[in-house]
Ligand binder design. Structure first.
Ligand code: SF4
Ligand code: SF4
Length: 355
């Protein structure tokens, strides 16, 4: 029997980089290695009537978000923003990221995930998709990535996607919630974040352009086609498998839940650039902060929110995903997530300095 004392110890050990946290991290790493590099899960999926390992993975992922979401809704039940946001995250995952692709497959249509857009779902703006998918999917791929996503980010910040729609953020903010305080707050990680995330975005844009060029060159340039194909495979392996899956989820128990979103996601990078000039910001109530540091501690993106609150500075940071937990944990109600209608020039200067 595990008594309450043992349970408390386990909870503390698991969420504070104790031995059990390292063991869980190793298990997650192992799971993703098996998932990406072997077919061992196919027989398990077949035995469960799910056909293929990726359907099994989709089901596990959806269960993790749903059960974790129920836990988060109960935990923050007094906070309307958190409850509505979490319900939306669960519904999007269950419908758009799991049921709709399955139904499409069932009706012999291409498997398409409406909750994922280029450059996160990189292949949705590459020639094989653009030129071989049914027209509505092609239109959605272009419109979603190049018009809808940036436009909504102008008005609402990147939170509309990173904290309300995306499955990566969805998992982080549900099943990953107990680990959110583990994100690194150091200056070194902030510097690394700025370089790494924009590098992935540039690589994604260059690769997309290259794939269209090599497709246009057609049979006249087989060498270019072969080279772009290898480039795309390497991108898929490094960014798609290693950084988003193996590292992104594997380090939850020791490095926090937004490692992928913060350091490597090209979608977060793109929307972050838009957010810096858009309407979203965190407003600070003047002279209310008591410097307790809870906002900084629980910021999953490693932002030193307290430093802004202490200096009465409302702010917009490119990396802020608008999860709203800094406002939730603040004992003085200092912070408020807002979409302002216009900025004053002084504030834009502050954004430049901070971002
Ligand atoms: S600053 Fe606040 S809203 Fe933004 S990511 Fe951090 S905790 Fe979430
Ligand atoms: S949680 Fe509130 S009171 Fe505490 S440091 Fe942050 S803004 Fe200040």
């Amino acid at each position: 029997m595990i008594g309450p004392g043992r349970l408390e110890w386990l909870k503390h050990d698991l969420t504070n980089r104790g031995l059990t946290a390292w063991i869980l991290s190793a298990v997650l790493f192992g799971f993703y290695m098996v998932l990406y590099f072997t077919d061992w899960l196919n027989p398990v999926a077949a035995a469960l009537g799910l056909g293929h390992k990726w359907t099994l993975y989709g089901l596990l992922y959806t269960l993790a978000i749903t059960l974790g979401g129920v836990y988060v809704i109960r935990k923050y039940r007094h906070n309307r923003y958190q409850v509505i946001r979490t319900v939306v995250v669960i519904v999007v995952q269950v419908m758009l990221a799991f049921s709709v692709p399955l139904l499409l497959k069932f009706f012999h249509q291409p498997e398409y995930y409406f909750s994922y857009l280029w450059p996160l779902k990189f292949e949705y703006l590459t020639p094989p998709v653009v030129f071989h998918m049914p027209l509505p999917f092609i239109l959605y791929s272009f419109f979603g990535a190049l018009v809808m996503a940036p436009l909504l980010a102008v008005f609402f910040g990147k939170r509309w996607y990173c904290s309300w729609v995306c499955g990566c953020g969805g998992l982080a903010n549900t099943a990953g919630d107990p680990f959110r305080h583990l994100s690194s707050k150091s200056m070194a990680s902030w510097r690394f974040e700025k370089i790494a995330i924009h590098t992935v975005l540039v690589v994604a844009v260059v690769l997309t352009a290259l794939l269209f060029v090599s497709w246009g060159a057609g049979k006249q340039n087989p060498e270019l086609a072969r080279w772009s194909y290898q480039f795309q495979s390497a991108y898929g392996l490094i960014v798609g498998a290693v950084l988003s899956g193996i590292v992104g989820v594997g380090v939850y128990p020791i490095g926090g839940t937004r490692v992928w979103c913060r350091y490597f996601c090209p979608m977060a990078a793109m929307l972050g650039l838009v957010q810096k000039v858009g309407r979203y910001r965190i407003t600070v109530k003047r002279n209310m902060c008591i410097s307790c540091g809870l906002c900084s501690k629980y910021c999953e993106m490693g932002i030193d929110v307290r430093s802004y609150a202490q200096t009465n500075t409302s702010f917009t940071r490119a990396s802020c995903v608008g999860c709203g937990i800094c406002a939730e944990v603040c004992p003085r109600g200092v912070l408020r997530l807002e979409n302002v209608t216009r900025r004053d020039p002084q504030e834009l200067v502050q954004i430049e300095v901070a971002a």
